[in-house]
Design a protein around this ligand. Structure first.
Ligand SMILES: Nc1nc(=O)c2ncn([C@@H]3O[C@@H]4COP(=O)(O)O[C@H]5[C@@H](O)[C@H](n6cnc7c(N)ncnc76)O[C@@H]5COP(=O)(O)O[C@@H]3[C@@H]4O)c2[nH]1
Lengths: 187, 187
């Protein structure tokens, strides 16, 4: 089914490549974050890749947008490059964001991004064609399946289980407004 | 089904992003190749992205390997960067290779790569687990479906139909050896 396929592709085509030790630098994601904190002198409470899985599949270009005023963009982690399927030195880059923690009056850094397959899924199924009403009909169960399959794949791969955090959430409130994602990230 | 899902994801998550005019430079792939030929003074008989779709799903890291001695690696096309789903400045890069055309005693350049979803499909379905025998059983029809769906998606998107060339081929001969892909590319 579609959700399982997306999770397999995302896991074997991305997470299982960028999270463990691989590429020229041979560092895993946690070690890349440590290098970053040394270089930039910031605080990373959660030294993992935070993956946002919004039920709506709406994935903004950047988490630092006027929708989320307490999130600002930061320099990215170091790029990783690998020769993959004929693409020489394909670049893998993870973004870092600074979140203003109002309660504790501090700023914290996180390595976070949306789970890109959701954006591709939404784009593909809502482009002109018979799929568009199928998206509305099946979206919820497909995203649910994507999340649960991904969670199991991570659990069963002990080397990278602790290098990734999935946040599966209802991102739109009853008034059609975006919920504050920094709350989800900081909890 | 799996083949259709791979094609939709590859088209809307990659080809429909990198082939048409997009990103900061606002050039399509053909224009990027023209910039490359001006910069490097080489010949590109086919100013398109050549996508290799091998029936075996075996995708080598690079086309310039000792398996294909008449293919050498060249500098890549200019990188395209886009903010995608929270990844700031995600890098999209296409590789260029030089092929020795023995018949005409010349060297030609091509922009080519394997269709990455096939590598991810093979990796995912042959990792430890019940999927492994399913890969052997269903591989041929899944790759066939991937190819035909991709071909139709390209046909129906006139802006990018001529920017991409699909090469669907039986890459392994009766003795289990790789066929010479330069022959497929040059024909
Ligand atoms: N050759 C090639 N070069 C690219 O830059 C590229 N980017 C995507 N793709 C292929 O297009 C399709 C759609 O991509 P999407 O982003 O939705 O899913 C991607 C995406 O969610 C994630 N991923 C892969 N590379 C990155 C990356 N650099 N940054 C963030 N996420 C990534 O993992 C999924 C599977 O990746 P691939 O299995 O490499 O093939 C993809 C996929 O088949 C590419 N193919």
């Amino acid at each position: 089914d579609y959700g399982t396929g997306m999770a397999l592709s995302f896991f074997y085509g991305y997470l299982n490549i960028i999270l463990p030790r691989s590429g020229k630098e041979s560092t895993n994601l946690k070690e890349e974050i440590e290098i970053y904190t040394d270089t930039h002198g910031v605080t990373f409470p959660v030294p993992r890749l935070i993956l946002l899985i919004p039920q709506s599949c709406i994935c903004l270009d950047s988490l630092a947008s006027d929708k989320f005023p307490n999130i600002e963009a930061c320099p990215s982690l170091r790029e990783r490059t690998l020769n993959v399927a004929g693409v020489k030195n394909r670049v893998y880059k993870n973004s870092v964001y600074k979140i203003s923690d109002e309660k504790r009056k501090r700023k914290i850094c996180v390595c976070a991004e949306y789970a890109t397959p959701l954006l591709t899924f939404k784009t593909g199924w809502t482009s002109i064609g018979p799929q568009a009403k199928n998206f509305k009909k099946h979206r919820k169960e497909i995203v649910q399946k994507f999340y649960s399959t991904l969670r199991d794949l991570l659990k069963n791969n002990l080397e990278i289980t602790d290098l990734c955090e999935l946040i599966y959430y209802d991102d739109i409130d009853e008034n059609g407004k975006f919920r504050d994602i920094s709350q989800f990230i900081m909890s």
